[in-house]
Design a protein around this ligand. Structure first.
Ligand code: BES
Ligand code: MN
Ligand code: ZN
Length: 498
């Protein structure tokens, strides 16, 4: 993680600005200079206008051109924003992220951004927040396990957002920094290899978070999980020598009388598939199967850091799904914490089993809502690809909160239905239910239908980050590996929770 990067704001005339680089945004075919830019241009001997006149820069989306100016500003960087009609805060955030990566790769440790030129039709406050998130998420790197040439790792130290409106944007910078930190720490822990990040390790990590942020932290070990009769959770865990843990973190930012919001996160530290072993290459990256749990832990930490006025309880079952002589098997019948018997058909559908017990445990706490985050299905890739995250929801007001947070946080969500037809596919010949539906049919929904048996009548949403937990590309706010999915989304939701 790039711990040294920070974003600040400043009020300074452009022509007087001093920095290693200055980023200026231009819409496609709108490369004229306003008064402030003209002044800068004059100060720099028409460097900008003559460069643009030479047709070397058009403002195409993704275009980044650097002019060596070698004065107060060392490099003037022209950044293409694409067509103005298609411009959104997502383009702003991703473009600034890409430009930040470019700065870093060219060993520019400090740079400034001329906010006005990136503003489009948006509020300056929103632009500052999305710009800061773009920078801090875009330049993330996971270098923990590199031992060679550590000193050659390129880093951004400081980005300065220049605005002359007189506002300091303290709240926006504070919020964006806390959220970006949560995203990047989530990425760090998900990226941490499974031989290191065992359930015990993640539980120890949670304890540290709790101590630093003053959260209540309870950790259940395998004996306690067993004596609580969490039969599904124990079933999945029993094949590994790395013993399970369940973490419960609590934050009270509102009156104690206000019911908490429960966030439940799937924490499979490595999903081999169990006896239904995943074949290569599907077994790769399965350290990301703890993504829901890790996101939830950092969401509650960031809520505490920002002192948001909500009560939150995070519940994360952590275990490893491994094949061995002690593994659970297909045909086993497991008894869930809420008493439901479950017929096992495929040991690779383990996430819904550990969630079943964690969800009923959450429901017992009578929260005002339960939201679970889980890398639950490969089928999520079929439904929405990498562009967005599918979810299901049983409650209108929770649905509104999620859709609203999705729009504001720029994390795309799309709801799938919970129709009766899907429930029928979970009927079992020997137990109350089986845990998977018909092969190849509506995998995201049938998994959700199974989970629905364990939340009682508490308003509930399930977010399936099976696909969006991970990125194959290093582009915009994304970097290769863990994405930190749902952190921005749920932070936005908690920020507005009333
Ligand atoms: N953790 C996986 C889901 C997953 C797979 C996430 C690939 C990201 C990439 C989950 O435990 C799983 O294996 N699900 C199975 C369920 C099936 C056996 C019903 C799946 O989706 O293939
Ligand atoms: Mn699995
Ligand atoms: Zn899994």
């Amino acid at each position: 993680m790039n711990q040294t990067a920070s974003v600040i704001t400043a009020k300074v005339g452009l022509a007087k600005a001093k920095d290693s680089a200055l980023l200026i945004g231009f819409f496609k075919d709108k490369t004229g200079l306003n008064a402030e830019l003209s002044e800068l241009d004059k100060e720099y001997g028409n460097a900008v206008s003559s460069y643009i006149k030479g047709n070397s820069f058009k403002g195409d989306k993704g275009e980044i051109k650097s002019i060596y100016a070698n004065k107060g500003i060392k490099n003037i960087v022209l950044v293409g924003l694409g067509e103005e009609e298609k411009y959104g805060l997502d383009v702003l955030s991703n473009t600034i992220a890409d430009a930040s990566k470019r700065m870093r790769d060219s060993k520019t440790e400090n740079f400034s951004i001329f906010l006005e030129s990136f503003k489009g039709r948006f509020r300056e406050e929103d632009c500052v927040e999305k710009a800061a998130l773009g920078i801090l998420m875009g330049v993330y790197q996971f270098t923990e396990y590199k031992t060679k040439d550590k000193d050659k790792i390129k880093k951004i130290r400081q980005a300065t957002i220049i605005s002359n409106s007189g506002k300091t944007f303290d709240n926006e910078i504070k919020y964006a920094s806390a959220v970006a930190d949560a995203v990047n720490k989530t990425r760090d822990l998900i990226n941490t290899p499974p031989n290191v990040a065992t359930p015990e390790y993640v539980a120890g990590y949670a304890k540290e978070i709790a101590k630093k942020s003053n959260l209540k932290c309870t950790i259940f070990d395998e004996k306690q999980i067993e004596s609580m009769k969490m039969g599904c959770f124990i079933g999945v865990s029993q094949g590994s020598i790395n013993k399970p843990r369940m973490i419960v973190l609590e934050y009270y930012g509102a009156a104690k009388t206000q019911k908490p919001i429960a966030i439940v996160g799937k924490g499979v530290t490595f999903d081999s598939g169990g006896l239904n072993l995943k074949p290569y290459p599907y077994i790769l990256n399965m350290k990301d199967d703890k993504g829901g749990a890790v996101a939830a832990m950092h969401i509650i930490e960031a809520c505490a850091r920002l002192r948001l006025a909500v009560n939150i309880i995070v519940i994360t079952p952590l275990c490893e799904n491994m094949p061995s002589g002690t593994s659970f098997r297909p045909d086993d019948v497991l008894k869930a914490y809420n008493g439901t018997t479950v017929e096992i058909k495929n040991t690779d559908a383990e996430g819904r089993l550990i969630l079943a017990d964690a969800l009923s445990y959450a429901a017992e706490k009578k929260p005002q809502a339960i939201i679970d985050i889980a890398t639950l299905t490969g089928a999520s890739l079929i439904v929405l690809g990498y562009a967005g995250t599918p979810f299901v929801c049983t409650d209108e007001s929770l649905r509104k909160r999620l859709n609203n947070a999705s729009a504001k946080s720029l994390e795309k969500l799309w709801e799938l239905p919970l129709w009766q037809e899907y429930e029928d596919s979970l009927k079992s010949d020997v137990a109350d239910v089986k845990h998977i539906g018909d092969e190849g049919e509506a995998g995201v929904i049938t998994a959700s239908m199974f989970l629905k048996n364990f939340v009682g009548d508490i308003p509930w949403a399930h977010i399936d980050i099976g696909t969006t937990v991970w990125s194959k590309v290093d582009k915009g706010i994304l970097t290769k590996g863990a994405t930190g999915a749902t952190v921005r989304l749920l932070m936005e939701m908690m920020r507005e929770w009333k």
